[in-house]
Write a protein that binds this ligand. Structure first.
Ligand code: ASP
Length: 559
């Protein structure tokens, strides 16, 4: 009798066969701990047909070994077994990421990431004539935008900031005479533990001189088509374009998932005289409205517990009562907490407005329009999750619905800060014809910004930039009221013959998560941080020595 074993290397699994189970070689194999690194020399041979393993790509062959050697024996009990089912909890996997990386799924994801990245580089460089330029990551603070990580320096009281993106540098590359720049750039943002974000992440960042929004959009579409893995359903271009306004009013979010319908409808006309005082009163304040969407055949899946959790979400995130969740009964009447107060004709006309059928669920919110839309936008996604958990098919997981969102407002009023802030960043040019609004009603100006959305996630964003130094200064100092001295060098550069320019950045981790069908961006990053921004393996961020404290003029306060 021979002895069999299955070996794994970076190409996958292969069976080896040792001819004599009593040989020294077989005894050594018997005593080899799992996950040790071994060397086998032998001859590849066809297996007997009745021993083919159809579940294994190499299932028709095996290696008849004439030499077996342990090169590196596992010396201790490993914290988990490498297998594709019953994986350990993520924190344990992150603590031992070098073992976790041996899992087939991570091997596959990271190889695909490398392959897509290569095709993108090839496309940009060989076909589109872009130049890859590396820009610094140690920089100065950029006012406005995300919180940046600060890095102490040897100069007392002076700090570097880790770049939140190469934005100013890529614009400087334009001014420096490079008309087509790109970079796979690592960006850093201290977002304090937002779910499914990483403090450091990768963007495919590019910038082009003398370019229009449409040209950037075509370029990105072609880039994606070119680098798209062949085993996936193909990307169809050009991508649909919708306005920010339309995205908000139909989907309640600026990154709509268009793989399913369930659009929001304005039902204010029906509700304003529906007979239910609570609902009617919700419409009295200026800027209020009633919106609703329909969950087709959702009655059996959307029960009391789910409705309560949606009510809690409305309270917590929007300080709103509701939503009103109502079932369409067989007699085309509504059933739900507030339905009984609604006149029958109003019930019917609500059902008609939404084209409802019996068994469907109506989800409605009444109140300040922005909150109403945003709440329903969230519930639309949660409701799709609920139906899918109940085994229903709502979103096709093998399709890729890309779309562009355009016509964003240039600024918004931040209630917490009590001032105007950029919706994206201060370098975005107003929409053609809206520049005069900068000086009169900046909040009404629309921008030349475009977001790229894929299946409900924002995977890219960019804009045509301000290249007029006077306008740039006005935006930063007069509209945004930022302390802009750290941008002086940039204003100076803009005044040195800056070409009109624009660009975009794609979130490469998020894009790869979608391509790989991962559950989080950590599934496509080799060594990710935990939710709290820690590396569970190395322990970063860590302490520094007293000497380093002195060198960097740091005094650490005891807790
Ligand atoms: N720098 C921008 C960002 O990181 C992208 C761009 O405008 O090109 O979001």
């Amino acid at each position: 009798m021979g002895k069999f074993a299955v070996l794994r290397d970076s190409a996958g699994l292969t069976q080896i066969l040792l001819r004599d189970e009593n040989s020294e070689m077989s005894k050594l194999l018997n005593h080899t701990p799992f996950e040790s690194y071994v060397e086998v020399k032998g001859v590849v041979q066809q297996r007997p047909e009745d021993q083919y393993n159809k579940d294994m790509p190499t299932g028709e062959i095996e290696v008849l070994a004439d030499n077996y050697k342990i090169l590196s024996e596992v010396q201790r009990d490993l914290p988990f077994i490498i297998r594709s089912y019953n994986k350990p909890k993520e924190n344990l996997r992150l603590r031992y990421r070098y073992l976790d990386l041996r899992h087939e799924e991570l091997q596959r994801n990271l190889k695909l990431r490398s392959m897509v990245g290569k095709k993108m580089r090839d496309y940009l460089q060989d076909i589109e004539d872009f130049v890859e330029i590396v820009t610094p990551t140690l920089s100065v603070n950029t006012p406005g935008g995300a919180q940046e990580f600060v890095v102490p320096s040897r100069h007392p009281g002076k700090f570097y900031s880790l770049v939140q993106s190469p934005q100013t540098y890529k614009q400087l590359a334009m001014i420096g005479g490079f008309e087509r720049y790109f970079q796979f750039a690592i960006c850093y943002r201290d977002e304090g533990g937002k779910p499914d974000r990483q403090p450091e992440f990768m963007q495919v960042d590019l910038e082009v001189a003398n370019v229009t929004m449409e040209e950037i959009q075509r370029l990105i579409e072609n880039l994606l088509v070119h680098s798209w893995p062949e085993h996936l359903s193909p990307v169809k271009s050009p991508f649909p374009i919708i306005s920010y306004q339309e995205a908000m009013s139909k989907y309640g979010v600026d990154k709509p998932d268009t793989r399913f319908d369930w659009k929001l409808e304005d039902v204010s006309d029906v509700i304003c005289q529906c007979g239910a005082a609570v609902l009617e009163n919700g419409l009295l304040a200026e800027g209020s409205s009633a919106h609703a969407f329909l969950i087709p055949d959702g009655q059996s899946a959307v029960g009391k517990k789910i409705i309560s959790s949606w009510e809690a979400l409305a309270k917590r995130e929007f300080s709103m009562n509701g939503p009103s969740v109502m079932y369409i009964k067989d007699n085309y009447e509504l059933q739900g907490k507030l339905a009984k107060f609604m006149k029958l004709p109003s019930q019917r006309s609500l059902i008609e407005t939404l084209s409802g059928q019996k068994g469907d669920v109506v989800v409605m919110a009444v109140g300040p329009t922005n909150s109403t839309l945003s709440l329903l936008g969230k519930l639309r996604i949660l409701a799709a999750d609920v139906l899918e958990e109940a085994g229903r098919n709502v979103r096709n997981t093998s399709t890729f619905n890309f779309l562009w969102v355009v016509d964003f407002p240039l600024f918004e009023f931040d209630d917490q800060l009590g001032k105007i802030v950029s919706l994206h960043h201060p370098f975005t040019l107003p929409k053609e014809g809206d520049s005069h609004l900068l000086y009169t009603e900046p909040l009404k100006a629309k921008s030349q910004h475009y977001d790229l959305v894929l299946n409900g996630s924002e995977i890219g964003g960019g804009s045509i930039r301000v290249h007029d130094p006077v306008m740039q200064r006005y935006i930063v100092e007069d509209i945004l009221n930022l302390d802009a001295h750290t941008l002086d060098f940039f204003s100076e550069a803009l005044a040195s013959g800056a070409p009109p320019h624009g660009g975009i950045a794609l979130g490469f981790d998020r894009l790869m998560e979608k391509i790989c069908g991962g559950k989080s961006i950590r599934d496509v990053i080799a060594f990710p941080k935990s939710l709290e921004g820690r590396c569970l393996m190395s322990g970063a961020p860590g302490k520094i020595t007293k000497d380093e404290e002195q060198l960097y003029h740091i005094s650490v306060k005891d807790k």
